[in-house]
Design a protein around this ligand. Sequence first.
Ligand SMILES: [Zn+2]
Length: 213
Amino acid sequence: MNAVIRPLSHSGRPNPGRQRSENPSQEHVEAAFRTVLHWIGEDPDRDGLRETPARVARAFQEYFCGYGQDPEQILQKTFEETDGYDEMVVLKGIPFQSHCEHHVAPIIGRAWVAYVPNARVVGISKLARVVEAYAKRLQIQERLTAQIANTIEHVLKPKGIGVVIKATHHCMTTRGINKQGADLVTSRMLGCFRENPMTRQEFLSMVHSNHDQ
Ligand SMILES: [Zn+2]
C-alpha cells in the first residue's frame, strides 16, 4: 500500500498554506523511522523489520488523524426541538487514546462530558467525536480537557459544561519513574457546573460511579 502522508498543522485543519514540496514525502518519513530502528541497535534490513517503517508511518497517520478534523465543524448540526429539555446531558466514560507531546508515548483514558443545554442539543456521538478529534493529536491532558470543554461551550453555548478526564500516561508507567496504576485526573467546569455546587456534584457522582464499575 502506498499511503500518502498528509501535511498536518497545529490549527487542526489540513494545512493549505504549505507548499507540497515542503512536506516530507512518504519516503522521507520511512527513512526517518529506519534511522531510529538502526539507532536502537536493530538491523532494519532483517525480514521482520523490512516493512516496519512503512507500517509505523501508517500507524502515525492513525494516531494523529485529529489534525485533519475540525471539532467545531463536528458540532455544527444541532437540534432545537427539545421540548424545553434543560437537564444535564452526560456521555460517560468515552474511551480514548492519545499521545503525550513530550515523549510521543500513549495516553490511555476515558472522558466524561456533560452539558446543560440552552435550547440546542447535539447528537450524542458528536461529543465522542470531539474527544477523538482532540485526542488524536500530540497532547497534554490539561489542554485536551480544556479544548473539549471550550469547543462545546463555543459552538453549543450551553448553560454549563463539565469535562473530566482520567488517563494513564505511558511515559510515566513504562519509563521514567515507572509508576503503574497512577491515573491523572483533570477537569474543566464552565457555567452552571462551575457556579452551582449541586450540578457539579451530580456530574461528579456519575463520574465516580462509572469509574468503579
Ligand atoms: Zn510524556
